[in-house]
Design a protein around this ligand. Structure first.
Ligand code: PRP
Ligand code: XAN
Ligand code: MG
Length: 175
């Protein structure tokens, strides 16, 4: 409708930016593995794609786990969350490894925000261990192990979504 303000994206509503470099992300994934090493061993790692693929690779490498599965869920279209869609479920072989309930399996994602994605995967595997690198307060109760909490009004910028670019000086009005 004319004159109506355009709907803000989740990223715009968030307000605060938390950019993460590859180096920082790798360190945070290693820190996550230190904690997970106390909880395991795990038969397999399940990455929630796509964001969970990078931490899952690092965590699986550090833990010496060679069986990696994916659960493919689409929700955010760039930065606006819509209905969750499971594009690919967990394989039968992985389900069998977890005794049908996920016991001894490790689910990995880059973050929990509202917790919708994590909740859906937890319902598939109620006894699995769920780990994320970052957590926002709404999603935090769903996660068993995470490294860094950021406020709900923060948007995390991952290294695979960003590129180096010119930033104007603060005195010219840059945030
Ligand atoms: O806790 P929630 O509010 O559900 O948000 C968290 C999810 O959102 C992002 O994935 P996204 O759906 O953007 O897909 P992607 O991993 O393919 O980028 C992120 O990787 C988490 O999986
Ligand atoms: O790149 C992202 N950063 C976030 O903070 C976030 N929350 C949900 N989905 C997200 N994706
Ligand atoms: Mg994701």
């Amino acid at each position: 409708m004319a004159g109506e303000a355009p709907e803000l994206s989740a990223q715009e509503r968030a307000g605060k930016a938390f950019p993460v470099s590859w180096d920082q992300f790798h360190r945070d994934c290693r820190a996550l593995t230190w904690r997970l090493n106390e909880v395991g061993p795990f038969h397999a790692v399940i990455a929630i794609t796509r964001g969970g693929l990078v931490p899952a690779a690092i965590v699986a490498r550090e833990l010496g786990v060679r069986i990696i599965d994916t659960v493919c869920i689409a929700s955010y279209d760039h930065n606006k969350q819509g209905e969750l869609q499971v594009l690919k479920g967990i394989s039968e072989a992985t389900m069998a490894l977890g005794g049908g309930t996920g016991k001894g399996l490790l689910i990995v994602d880059d973050l929990v925000d509202t917790g919708k994605t994590g909740r859906m995967v937890r319902e598939m595997l109620p006894d699995a261990h769920f780990a994320t690198v970052y957590a926002k307060p709404m999603g935090r109760p769903l996660v068993d192990t995470f490294i860094t909490e950021v406020s709900q009004d923060t948007w995390i910028f991952f290294p695979w979504d960003t590129a180096l670019s010119y930033h104007p000086p603060l005195r010219d009005g840059a945030a």
